[in-house]
Design a protein around this ligand. Sequence first.
Ligand code: FES
Ligand SMILES: [Fe+2]
Length: 365
Amino acid sequence: MSTTDPLPISEAFERAIAPDIRKTGLSPDFWYPLARARNLKPGRVLGVSFAGEPIALYRTRDGQVHALEDRCAHRQVPLSTGVVKDDCLQCGYHGWVYDHGGACVNVPYLDKGRTLPNGVRGYPCREAYGLVFVFTGDAAQPGFGEFPQVHTFGNPAYRTRVLDRRVACHYSFMHENLMDMNHQFLHRRLMGRIRTVFLELRCAPGSVEIDYTFERVGGRQPLGEKLMIGRRRHAPEPGVSGRRDLMRIRTGYPYQTLQFWTAGSDAPALDLWNVYVPEDRAQRVNHTFGMMNVRKPGIPGLIHLLWPFIIWFTEGIFAEDRWIVELEQKAFDDQGGDRNNEIFPVIRALREVLVSQGVAIDSAS
Ligand code: FES
Ligand SMILES: [Fe+2]
């Protein structure tokens, strides 16, 4: 298939979604990281947000993490200004106390015999992969039972870098940026000249998965990439499996993964897991959380020597991606709508997934 062959996506659907994708909210019915675990110390509180919904994360002194609506039921001030008290969170103003489910369990000055007031909302909260995940949606939905699985995390054959950064764009630009490898031109200064070879697209409800390989058409393989994934091979004859480098990028809503295998290897050299969590109600700013799992070279300890170069290289790539997606958001804002002329069928398929799984932005929080 060439990169511009049409896919069986209805034109009516495309016409219907084209103006709206940047106004589509991320479904709340999944587990999302809202903070790095290391930023939430025992006995401390942290104010975060999901699509404009303020949430107070707190960690008890024995290490448990909890999430409550970030407003006191009394006078609506943020509970994230409060203090942790045993298993509870105490508002910093008049000292109302909430348990980890959000019930108000004490008002210090309440007359004896009077009923405690209503509390606030509590959210399911879990710590995993060095991140604090919160579920703000409907726990009856299937996403509640589908906690993300990242198999290379914690595998001693890999070293992990947790990704945590704010990017001023709608989450859909992030999915599109990573999935459309035709943008290697953007990275020409760091990567040299690469030709992207599209191999295969697989679509299912809620997911899009694409395979690529690459050909170097100019310059040398950059050192940072070579250290991270090994030496790239040229794409061989089509149909010769196992003898070419393979990059597989998947949006399995709402998460996104990228895996890279060097030719002939069963284990990925790179296994990336990302999610782009909207912070604001309009969802024009996302907090990108992720895990970059890099397979260690055979020589013990060598990964630690190489690590600064790998970080330098990946930060350079990310800086270019951030720059361009923020410009895309600015163009959308200036133009008042999505006027993209998207010709790559893979991205059109991705847009269908993001829109069909998303929610109206006003009800996203
Ligand atoms: S505002 Fe929180 S206790 Fe009064
Ligand atoms: Fe990129």
